[in-house]
Design a binder for this molecule. Structure first.
Ligand SMILES: C[S@@+](CC[C@H](N)C(=O)[O-])C[C@H]1O[C@@H](n2cnc3c(N)ncnc32)[C@H](O)[C@@H]1O
Length: 352
């Protein structure tokens, strides 16, 4: 009897908003490329199926996806369907529902887990933190709050960087702001000769970078320094004996005033130090430009992910401040055709 009551409560929690349903609701469909993209398009569909919780039989996976999605939509949870699918997959011990039959029946321990994860999601915890991991390229990285969740556009940054002959032959790279370690760890998996030093202000992020590196047996090739990257930082401060071939960074670049307008999921749970780029978003970027020629070898590369308003400003800074000893190579666009990635190089040494 107690078990029956418990079960009923769980279902009630899960589907408590079902009675708010009405017909012709706006529903969401999503792009599902593995487990990376949480981008959605909205469109209208016909009447919502009238599923009843009085029905005492076990629910199928398909029914649960539908009910949980609807429940999330009613409660204003963003990316409702995707969240529901990842939560159910995770509760089943799967990465996605791709290989799970939609008519599979859900049994009790799974229902409890779904109910628990759903409650966290309702409190706006990003689904990546709910399930505790996220994919970046072919890596699966452990994710936990408040460490910045890797974004799909950063996959483009590493692809563009890998097309650079300097990166392909690099033996020594510096990353500013490693977060989960996505950029450094991926490049280490692609370039067997590479050693990386990652400078990271957040202790939690350093721990996560370290844990993710260990998961891929890369800890011997990644040196993580928990310090603040700032003007005046020396090779000695970051335990480097010589200048690096490449500096890469997806720094905080969101203008300070914009932060408050971001999704609640971001502002409530992600470390603002990972987002806030100061008044114009260029605070850390200016420090990187200032220090680049002291840290990167002559003719070495600097790769940055930035806001779309930044490439022209960065090009202007570099062209108008010759003492930076940098030249602007090229801007690359993201998949929305926005200019987002900057490639710069340190000037060749002058021959005497
Ligand atoms: C936008 S996140 C990028 C994280 C990761 N590289 C990625 O692409 O997923 C920026 C990272 O820089 C770190 N950070 C911010 N300011 C820093 C500073 N002055 N020195 C070192 N790290 C910093 C933040 O803690 C955060 O982990």
């Amino acid at each position: 009897m107690i078990n029956l009551l418990k079960k009923k409560n769980l279902w009630n929690t899960l589907f408590r908003t079902l009675d708010l349903l009405n017909t012709n609701k706006k529903r969401l469909s999503h792009y599902n490329f593995g487990r990376k993209y949480l981008g959605y398009v909205t469109h209208h569909v016909g009447p919502t199926a009238n599923t009843s919780i009085q029905n005492n039989r076990l629910l199928t996976v398909g029914e649960c996806v539908h009910l949980l999605t609807t429940s999330f939509e009613c409660e204003g949870v963003t990316e409702a369907r995707c969240s529901a699918e990842y939560i159910i997959a995770h509760a089943l011990g799967q990465k996605t529902l791709c290989t799970v039959p939609r008519n599979q029946l859900l049994i009790e321990p799974v229902i409890s887990r779904i109910s628990h994860y759903a409650e966290l999601r309702r409190r706006k915890l990003p689904v990546q933190y709910v399930i505790g991991e996220w994919d970046f390229k072919d890596l699966t990285l452990t994710c936990s709050p408040p460490v910045f969740i890797p974004r799909p556009e950063t996959e483009e940054l590493v692809d563009y960087a890998l097309s650079d002959p300097v990166v392909q032959e690099a033996t020594c790279m510096l990353e500013v702001g490693s977060g989960t370690g996505a950029i450094s760890i991926y490049l280490l998996t692609q370039l067997p000769q590479l050693m990386v030093t990652a400078v990271e202000i957040s202790r939690e992020a350093c721990e996560l970078t370290s844990q993710n590196a260990r998961n891929y047996n890369l800890e011997d090739r990644l040196n993580i320094i928990n310090t603040t990257f700032k003007k005046g930082i020396s090779l000695n401060d970051i335990r480097l004996e010589k200048k690096v071939d490449v500096l890469i960074s997806n720094p905080p670049y969101i203008p300070h005033q914009v932060i408050q307008h971001l999704q609640a999921e971001v502002t409530m749970f992600e470390d603002h130090r990972a987002l806030d780029g100061g008044q114009d978003g260029l605070y850390i970027i200016r420090n990187i430009l200032q220090m680049a020629a002291q840290l990167i070898k002559s003719e070495g590369s600097l790769w940055l992910e930035v806001d779309q308003s930044h490439p022209r400003m960065i090009e202007h800074i570099v062209n108008s401040v010759p003492s930076l000893n940098l030249h602007y190579v090229k801007t690359y666009d993201d998949f929305y055709s926005s200019p987002r990635f900057c490639h710069l190089k340190v000037n060749p040494e002058e021959k005497v």
